[in-house]
Ligand binder design. Sequence first.
Ligand SMILES: Cc1cc2nc3c(=O)[nH]c(=O)nc-3n(C[C@H](O)[C@H](O)[C@H](O)COP(=O)(O)OP(=O)(O)OC[C@H]3O[C@@H](n4cnc5c(N)ncnc54)[C@H](O)[C@@H]3O)c2cc1C
Length: 473
Amino acid sequence: MTQIEAEGALRAVDILERTLSEEYPQIELWAASAATVAYRHDAATTPRNAEPNPDVIGPLVAFPTNAEEVQAIVRAAAAHGVTVVPRGAGSGLAGGASATDQQLVITTERLNRILEVSPLDEVAVVEPGVINAALNEHLARTGLFYAPDPASFEISSIGGNIATNAGGLRCAKYGVTRESVLALDVVLADGSLVSVGHRSIKGVTGFDLTSLFVGSEGVLGIVVKATLRLRPIPVARQTLTAFFDSTVAGAEGLGAITLSPVRPSVIEFFDTATLTNIDAHSGTGLRDRGAALILIEIDGYGIHEQAADLTAALTRAGARVTVEPDIDAEQLWELRRHGRGFPAGHCFIGEDIAVPKSNLPRVYAAFAALEARFGVHISAVAHAGDGNLHPLLTIAADAGADQSVAPPELHEAATELVRIALALGGTVSGEHGIGTLKRDWAALELTERNLDIHRALKAALDPTHTLNPGKAF
Ligand SMILES: Cc1cc2nc3c(=O)[nH]c(=O)nc-3n(C[C@H](O)[C@H](O)[C@H](O)COP(=O)(O)OP(=O)(O)OC[C@H]3O[C@@H](n4cnc5c(N)ncnc54)[C@H](O)[C@@H]3O)c2cc1C
């Protein structure tokens, strides 16, 4: 007899666990317990600097190994009135995979097979738990690659990338995840399995349901198989740095890339505060080279011509441009992904706003007034090729305060920055999704009629609100 039974308080989730273990003994289950606390959170909601609380338990967690098992688990959960949280690798930054101890998490960790690679069709068929980097390692010998490369590519799953419509560094040239997903198999809330999309590059029969599921944050269905578009690995890649004398000059300089004939695969922008953060965290000397940086990757044929044209365009815009040797390039990309760090003893909010790229300079120009008004500090790195910024707003934490709880002035500054992005024709989230953390901000962007459509789609696919309730909109 479990402790819960002994206490006479058998909860729906515990009855579900008993049913699943009796009917499907082959499916690995972890009971809602202290051992599953990590499944309460994603990367954004994991408590920081907090002592583990022994009274807190996590959700029931199921580890299916094929689509039929996912179907069976969803059916059983719906029958027991237990809501389901789909989960990939838990690297999300919006709280989308967070779960309570009353919920069932279906993790795709064991649904991780690469089922097929077809060089002639330029597709790979994969299960959702495949880690993004593992797919590209597997593809390397075929001369093909899967383009969407979130900075979390080493730790995030293809299913999570699809459910968040993840962006990444190379999206400047190759598009976000949606542009690389051709077809999906999805388990719906009633346990049925639906195939949507086409293996061919073209296909317009019926509504574009594939695009509907991409970016739907596990609210409409659980992706159990994906047919992905691949591209040839470029014949050459080269990294360029363009250093400017100020954030304003660098942000304005981005337009020179857009107006040039060159289409870099990656265009990342670092403002002065971000370069200072990286130097402090990583011991580098980027600020010695300038006060703002555009870090660029070009690829494909004619690499030297591309580098020359871009150098000329950026030099005219006031930059000091260097074609970086491979070893330095590697370090710079590593710094972009992991070099920023978070200031100790501070509360922070990370944002994911996006604006039409011509408006990037206006967003950076707005920081100073927000800093003065709210007493916060703002730095922002941007996937500048697609107008997507990650502002980091920080404020010193009071001694002994829980640093994961943002004080009101930090929250107000962040909301004001969201309003500025919206006023500039932008959006609350460029790539991380809404999850639980950005629902208030999404309400600033989505009109009531727009929300009605979201609710109607949810009701059509999941009338009992079984899948990931309270997330995404
Ligand atoms: C250091 C770091 C860097 C990052 N950089 C980027 C970046 O450059 N670009 C970017 O876009 N994101 C980035 N992220 C955020 C995160 O990695 C992405 O959102 C990623 O796509 C989440 O994948 P995951 O497998 O971890 O999904 P999870 O966090 O497990 O889940 C994310 C959402 O997807 C749903 N979900 C997961 N699997 C499925 C499935 N099979 N079917 C249906 N729904 C599912 C979940 O319910 C949840 O709503 C970064 C995160 C970190 C920690």
